[in-house]
Each structure stands twice: as C-alpha cells, then as structure tokens.
Design a protein around this ligand. Sequence first.
Ligand code: ADQ
Length: 463
Amino acid sequence: MSRLVVISNRVAVPKARGVAGAQGGLAGALNAALKDYGGLWFGWSGQESEDRTGNMNLQRHDGVTTATIDLSTRDVDEYYNGYANSTLWPLFHYRIDLAEFENETGRGYERVNDRFADSVMPLIEEDDLVWVHDYHLIPLGNRLREKGAKNRIGFFLHIPWPPTRLLTSLPFHERLVETLLDYNLIGFQTEEWLGSFFHYCENELGAEVDKDSGKITHKGNTTVARAYPIGIDWEHFQAQGDTGEARQACQRLLASTRHRTAMIGVDRLDYSKGLPERIDGIGRFFDQNPDRTRDLVFIQIAPPSREDVESYQKIRNVLEQKTGQINGARSEVDIVPIRYVNRGYSHAELFGFFRASKIGLVTPLRDGMNLVAKEYVAAQEPDDPGVLILSEFAGAAHQLDCDGKGAVLVNPHSPDALARAIQSALDMPVEERKQRYENMIVTIRDDNVQAWTKQFCGDLANV
Ligand code: ADQ
C-alpha cells in the first residue's frame, strides 16, 4: 500500500489533540484517517512569527509523522484571515454580503500555497498518494505539479461548492478553478456541490463533463470529480460514550434540567451555523407557547473561532444580545430558558450532553456536511432516542432525511418553521423516534470516516 501524505492548513500535532473544541470537523476526521494508513501530515503549526523562519517541526506519534511550518504575520493576515476566511469561506457559504475581494490577500493566498509546495515537496516520495484538504489549499496541487510532482494527488473540499452565479463574483475565479483540474481526483461532500462544480466547469471553462463517470476534460487534461460524504469516527465516538466522563456529563445535565426537556446545539461560533436564526426560532416557540419555558431548556455550546476576523466578532455580539433578550423576558427566579456556553468540551463530555438531550438542533444556513448532526444521533439511547432537527441546507440532510423518516428537516431561515419543528419533536411518540433513529443510524455507523478514507484513497490510487 502506498504511503499517504495528507496536507491541510492546520495539523493536529499530538500535544494539542486533546484540547476540547480546538479542532473543527476537519482535524478530527484527518486524525482518524491517518490512524489507519500511517504516513505524513503536513501543514501550518498555527504559530506566527514576524518573519517566517522556514523551520520545519517534525514529530512522530502512533505511526504518523506530523510536519509543520510557521507563517509570518503577513501570511496569516493575507492567506488565512484574509483570502481563505474572509473571501472563500463566506462566498462558498453563500454569504457574498460578507465576502471581501482584495487582490492583495489573493496574492498572499497564492504565495502561501507556493510556500507550502516548496516546504512539502522534499518530503514526498515517488509512490506516495498525496491528499490535499480544503479551501485554503485549492492551488496547491498545481504548484506541486509545477515543481515536478508526478504522484497521484487528490483534493477534498470540506465546505459547499457555490452555484456558478455566486462564484463568478470572485475576481480571477477561472484561474482558481483551473488549478483544481490539476488534481487526479476531486472530492465533494454531496452530489449537490458536485453538480454545481460540473455546472461551473461546463459553463465557465467550456470543459467537457461526463457526469456518470465524473470525468472532466479541459485543455487536453482529464481529471475525475465525485461525491464522498464524510462520516464520524464511529468506534472512537462510541468508546467515548462508555467513559466515566461521558456518564458524568450526562448526569450533570440531567440533574440540572430535572423535569425539563433539554434541547442542545453544539457548533463553532460561525455565521454559517445559523445561530442567531436558531435563537429567533426558539424565541418564536416561547412566544407561541409561553407556558413551556417551564418544561424546555435550550443549551447552546459554541466555542469562539477565527476571532481575528471581524464578522466573527460581530456574530458573538449578536448572539449574546439575542440570548439576553429572551432570557431577560422569560426567566424566572428558578428558570433560565437559554444557556449559552462559550467554550469547548471533550468528545466524551459532548457524548454525555447529547445523550441527556431529547432534541438536537443543527440548523446551519449552509454546511458542507456537519458532523455534529451525526454525533448527536450516534449518542442517543436506542430505546428512547432524541429527535434531530436538521437544516435542509446542511450536506448531512442528503443522508439523514432517510426518505422523510429520519431527521426532522427545517428551513433555518424561518422562525415559524423552527418553532413548528420544535413542537413536533416535543410531541413525537417514542415509536416514531425509534423508527427515525434506526433509519439514520445505519448510514452514520457504516458510512464512517474510515469508510470515507478508504473510498477516497482507493479511488485516488485507481483513477
Ligand atoms: P466544521 O465547520 O468545524 O467542519 P462540523 O462538521 O460540525 O463543522 O464539525 C465540528 C466538530 O467539532 C465536531 O466533531 C464537533 O464535535 C466538534 N465541536 C464542535 N463544537 C464543539 C465544542 N463546543 N466543543 C468540542 N467540540 C466541538 C468542516 C465543515 C463541515 C464538515 C467538516 C468535516 O464546515 O461541513 O462536516 O469540516 O468535513
């Protein structure tokens, strides 16, 4: 079997792996992927220095070598906070209103991709499979090819691919997308994002697209694009449920909510996750059912992320305000309807909180997949499971709707729709909850992160 070289913006180096909430979905998934294959994981250390040092930090742990480099303050500003998180992230999540289009940050993005290629190139061996991840590193495969890499190189996009009409608002969009075609295999989370990519290639690049095989031919070069829905690390997550930490977390939440139904949301603090809209929906539910503040409590866990980006500071203020308004209007001496917790927890604790919550609220405005939705269901008690309320705009909705008998799908923009979904979850009989759980759990268990890695790497070796 070829060695696997994974390249992503951030690397979960061993000593930071246990930090609760520090990893998003991507880092956790790649950790699991490399566990099976062994190999090398290259990326940014997360450290910045005034001038880049060029030093590489190598560590070996459990058969995986991590190799990290530092970035300069300017690199971080332009590449990470700038082009990746203030241009591509909002645009790819349909938030053109928040996207900034600055040529300077675009140049910084290309410069750092060049630098990644220079640094990782000497570490790549002839037979290695190279797997590049996410929107930070779209041009990396092209840069590796320019430096002579002959390896099979694949790319996986963890976030949505936007509709063509949105993407064309990005200056130099063709230049960016054409670099993607230098990969041998391009993976998306869902058929929907894949379809948007095909549409762009056909209509903007004039490429020839064979949708059945996924083959895209452009300027004499052929590549393949397919959907590979990512899953959770099922076994690891289940094992978390057996720990004392998970049981204690579950007991803690049950004890503090007593006769009230707990409803939970767990998200990075990000405008794509639909948090203010969710609070509006809960506010609407309490407006319509004022008596129910006595029997429903909402717990939102949201550790801050990307705090150097202005739109992320704003979302935090908006959320605090909205939560404060509802709590101010509806609290009693012994009752607070919304608990808003601004920190991360370990996966074991999250398992316990999910288990203690009879409703899971996962309502992003757009999301590539959303692993919290799958974790919530995976943590349920099979004989008395809770109900997952899921945004129809999360990639996970494609797998978890299970023909209308899985998650309760909702339009996250509509407070009335959210209020109705909460009502139906509260009223749902146990037999129906069990049926929905059983439908969802099959794909959550079987289409796990190991299956995802195997499928992608197998295809990459064979395309
Ligand atoms: P994210 O946007 O980070 O991932 P998600 O898929 O939900 O979103 O993954 C979040 C992960 O972080 C989950 O494993 C969750 O348990 C953990 N997490 C979230 N809040 C936490 C908290 N308060 N404390 C501790 N842990 C917390 C990106 C894309 C997604 C895609 C993933 C994987 O945006 O659409 O599903 O990558 O491809």
